[in-house]
Design a binder for this molecule. Structure first.
Ligand code: ACO
Length: 428
C-alpha cells in the first residue's frame, strides 16, 4: 500500500504523504503543494477534495453505507429517538440514561423564545418563506444567548446545543403560524421533542392537537435519518463560516441558507412539485422520464442522484418502507406515492440512470411522509434543517476544538482579463 505519492512537475519529482482513514479511505495530503511547486489543484464542485479529517459520520457511497459515530444508520433508525441520536452525533458516544435525561430536560427548559423575538415574526410579510425566517431567527438568537457564545467545555456546549435544537423547533412552528396568520402556540413542558413540535404546529388556542403515535414515530425517524451526512453543501458551509471563528448560531444560520436550494435540502419540495405536476397533467410517467433524459429540457428527476451514493442511499430505503407502513397504519393513500414508485421502477431499469449510477436519494420518499404528517410543502426543507441541526453543531464543535484548524480559504485559477489600463469615460 502506498504511503506516499510522487508527483512529477516541470521535471522535478515531489513526494506527498498518503493519509488513510479508519475504513481505509485514502487521500493525498497536498497541503504543501503550492509552497513546494507553485501549483494548486483544481477540483470543480470539490468532488475529489477532502476538506477535513472528521470523526463524526462515515459514508461508503459505493456500498450504500452510512454510520453516525460508527453505528449503522439501520440500527439507529430502529432503536434510537432523534434526541438520543442528536447527543450521539454531537458528543461522539451513545448517551447514558443520565445524559439522555439531562439533555431532554434542557431541551424542554429552553423551548421558549425570548419575548422580544416574537415581535420579529410580525416584521415578515405573510408569505415569507419559512427557510428565510428560520435562518434570520437562528442568527437573531445569538443576540439573546451571550452566555453561550464562548463554548470552551462540554457542559456549555450541551446547554448551547440544547437551546439551539429546542428553539429551532419553536421558531419553525412560529414561522408557520405567522405565515397563516394564526396565533403562536407556546411549547408544553410535558411533551417530548417531536410531539412538542407537532403541538406547536397544529394545536390552536381552542383545541389541543394530539398526534397519532404513527405520526410522531415517522417524524422521529425522518429526523434521525437527516441528523448528519458528512461534508455536504450545508455542512461544509457551516464549517466554512465556523472556520472564521464565527459563533455556532451564525454558522448554523448559514447552513440553513445553503440547505434551501433545490439541489440540496430543497429537493424534498421539488420532488413533491414534480410528482404533483405529473399527477395534474395526467402525463405518462414514461413520458416524464423521457423528458428528463432529453438534455435540452434541463429537467432533472428530483430526488434522484447523489454526489456520494453510487449504489443506493440507505436512508431512501428506510424512508420508502416507513412511508408505506405509515400510510397503511393510518389507512391513508397518496396518489403521489404510486407515481413515485412507478418513476423509481422505470428509472432503475433505464440505461440513462443505470450508466450514471442515479438512485433515489433521501428526498425521494421523505416528502410522502411529511405530507402524511400534515405538514405544508413550504415547511419540508425546514424539517430537514431541524433534523440536520445535530450534524451542523457537531461539525462546528469539531472544527472549534481542533487546535490546528485554519480559516477555510480556497484558491482559484483566474481566467479573467489580463492587466489593462483604465479608459476615460468618453473613450469607452
Ligand atoms: N436526473 C437526471 N439526470 C441527472 C440527475 C437527475 N436527478 N442527477 C444527475 N444527472 C446526470 C447529469 O445530467 C449528468 O449527466 P451527464 O454526465 O450526461 O452530463 C450526470 O448525471 C452526473 O450529474 P452531476 O450533476 O455531475 O452530479 P453531481 O454529483 O454534481 O450532482 C446531485 C448530484 C446535485 C444530487 C444531482 O444528482 C441532482 O441534481 N439530483 C437532483 C436533485 C436532488 O435530488 N438533490 C438532493 C440530493 S440529496 C441531498 O442533498 C439531501
Amino acid at each position: 500500500m502506498n504511503t506516499t505519492c510522487r508527483i512529477e512537475l516541470d521535471g522535478t519529482s515531489h513526494e506527498f504523504p498518503v493519509v488513510r482513514g479508519t475504513e481505509d479511505e485514502r487521500a493525498i495530503d497536498i497541503s504543501t503543494l503550492r509552497d513546494r511547486t507553485g501549483y494548486i489543484t483544481l477540483d470543480d464542485g470539490y468532488g475529489n477534495t477532502g476538506s477535513c479529517r472528521s470523526a463524526i459520520t462515515f459514508i461508503d457511497g459505493d456500498r450504500g453505507i452510512l454510520r453516525y459515530r460508527g453505528i449503522p444508520i439501520e440500527d439507529l433508525a430502529g432503536k434510537s429517538s432523534f434526541v438520543e441520536v442528536a447527543w450521539l452525533v454531537i458528543f461522539g458516544r451513545l448517551p447514558t440514561i443520565e445524559d439522555r435525561d439531562r439533555f431532554s430536560a434542557l431541551l424542554t427548559e429552553h423551548s421558549m423564545l425570548h419575548h422580544s423575538m416574537r415581535k420579529h415574526f410580525e416584521g415578515f410579510p405573510p408569505n415569507a418563506h419559512p427557510m428565510a425566517i428560520l435562518s434570520a431567527m437562528i442568527n437573531a438568537l445569538s443576540c439573546h444567548e451571550p452566555d453561550v457564545m464562548d463554548i470552551e467545555d462540554e457542559a456549555t456546549l450541551e446547554v448551547a446545543a440544547a437551546r439551539l435544537m429546542s428553539k429551532v423547533r419553536t421558531i419553525a412552528s412560529a414561522s408557520y403560524k405567522s405565515s397563516i396568520g394564526a396565533p403562536l402556540i407556546y411549547p408544553r413542558m410535558d411533551l417530548k421533542y417531536v410531539e412538542n413540535f407537532l403541538h406547536m404546529m397544529f394545536s390552536v388556542p381552542y383545541r389541543e392537537y394530539e398526534p397519532p403515535p404513527e405520526v410522531a414515530r415517522a417524524l422521529n425517524l425522518f429526523l434521525v435519518l437527516h441528523a448528519d451526512h458528512e461534508q455536504n453543501c450545508s455542512t461544509s458551509t457551516v464549517r466554512m463560516v465556523a472556520s472564521s471563528q464565527a459563533n455556532m448560531y451564525a454558522s448554523c444560520s448559514a447552513g440553513v441558507c445553503a440547505l434551501w436550494g433545490p439541489l440540496h435540502g430543497g429537493a424534498n419540495v421539488a420532488v413533491i412539485e414534480m410528482l404533483e405536476f405529473i399527477r395534474r397533467s395526467g402525463m405518462n410517467v414514461h413520458e416524464y422520464v423521457d423528458r428528463v433524459k432529453n438534455k435540452d429540457s434541463r429537467l432533472r428527476l428530483m430526488g434522484f442522484g447523489h454526489r456520494v451514493y453510487k449504489n443506493f442511499d440507505p436512508r431512501s430505503k428506510i424512508l420508502k418502507q416507513a412511508a408505506d407502513d405509515m400510510l397503511e397504519s393510518l389507512n391513508l393513500s397518496d396518489p403521489l406515492l404510486d407515481i413515485a414508485l412507478k418513476l423509481e421502477e422505470i428509472a432503475l431499469n433505464d440505461p440513462y440512470f443505470i450508466e450514471r449510477k442515479l438512485y433515489p436519494n433521501v428526498d425521494f420518499y421523505s416528502g410522502i411522509i411529511l405530507r402524511a404528517v400534515g405538514l405544508p410543502l413550504n415547511m419540508f426543507t425546514v424539517m430537514f434543517a431541524i433534523g440536520r441541526m445535530p450534524g451542523w453543531i457537531a461539525n462546528w464543535k469539531e472544527l472549534h476544538d481542533d487546535p490546528k484548524a485554519r480559516i477555510y480559504r480556497p484558491r482559484q485559477v483566474y481566467v479573467g482579463e489580463a492587466k489593462h489600463g483604465w479608459e476615460p469615460r468618453e473613450d469607452r
